[in-house]
Design a binder for this molecule. Structure first.
Ligand code: ADP
Ligand code: MG
Length: 255
């Protein structure tokens, strides 16, 4: 099961950016899902978002990349509001990895990774293929470039999905429960890759139930409940010295 050692870093050494959301609100009908959320992710750091199911974590990510337009509040990259930009332009700056990898089954692994760079970044077929192979190398899957996704394990497919997101050269990465659909033995490899990305200085927001990752890898943790940030701070503080009863209760259930 061991993979060749990658030859390529995950991200080119571009300058990292910060991400800020202020007073974000969103309702679906009369369901007030985000109730004034503030989040700040320093350049090159990782914030994990934890909280019970239905607390608004996925919605927060979707608002931050404007898949859903916030009804109030602002979103800033490096202190500059992005609300007036074209949403497609913003989404190209933010790579996203979901629970479901959604790879195209009839394309090869490399073709899956090459597709968006070719269509959206205007690379030629050869350029995008070379980029895909380099990005696959960085996630330890160069040797799988020319096979179909279905021949890969779930963990390998998720690493391909990460390579696909990175091939767009995003400034920020979002992960929404990227390991939740994986068999337990496959979780480790994906978490290791996410940790490496954190350590390489990618700016990241990670929604996860993996408390080990939240505690050991992330620079800050944000605990959401009922559409609001209940508590935020350094992992050591939240995990060892939670202030709110709600966070203590949540941690007692998941740890
Ligand atoms: P979490 O990711 O923390 O489990 P979500 O952000 O998925 O929570 O959901 C928060 C709330 O928003 C839930 O009540 C959910 O039903 C609601 N919600 C999320 N997306 C939609 C949508 N597209 N339409 C209507 N309601 C939604
Ligand atoms: Mg969710």
């Amino acid at each position: 099961m061991s993979s060749p050692i990658p030859q390529t870093p995950l991200v080119a050494g571009d300058d990292a950016v910060s991400l800020t959301g202020t007073d974000l609100h969103l309702s679906f009908g009369d369901n007030h899902v985000l109730r004034g959320v503030d989040i700040h992710v320093d350049a090159g750091t990782t914030t994990t978002v934890i909280g019970p199911s239905g607390s608004g974590k996925s919605t927060l990510l979707r608002v931050l990349n404007r898949l859903y337009e916030p009804q109030q509040g602002d979103i800033l990259i490096d202190g500059v509001s992005v609300l007036k930009d074209n949403p497609d332009q913003l989404r190209r700056r933010i790579g996203m990895v979901f629970q479901q990898f959604n790879l195209f089954p009839h394309k090869t692994v490399a073709q899956n990774v090459a597709l968006a760079p070719r269509k959206l970044r205007g690379l030629s077929r050869d350029e995008s293929y070379d980029l895909a192979v380099a990005q696959l190398d960085a996630v330890g899957l160069k040797h799988k470039a020319d096979v179909r996704p279905s021949t890969l394990s779930g963990g390998q497919q998720q690493r391909v999905a990460i390579a696909r997101a990175l091939a767009m050269k995003p400034e920020i990465m979002f992960f929404d429960e990227a390991t939740s659909a994986l068999d337990p033995e496959l979780v480790k490899g994906v978490l290791a890759l996410m940790s490496e990305l954190s350590q390489e200085g990618m700016t990241m927001v990670v929604v996860t139930h993996e408390m080990g990752y939240a505690r050991d890898v992330s620079d800050s943790v944000l605990f959401m409940d009922d559409g609001a940030v209940v508590e935020t701070g350094a992992p050591a503080k939240l995990f060892e010295d939670a202030e709110s009863e709600r966070l203590r209760t949540f941690l007692s259930q998941v740890l």
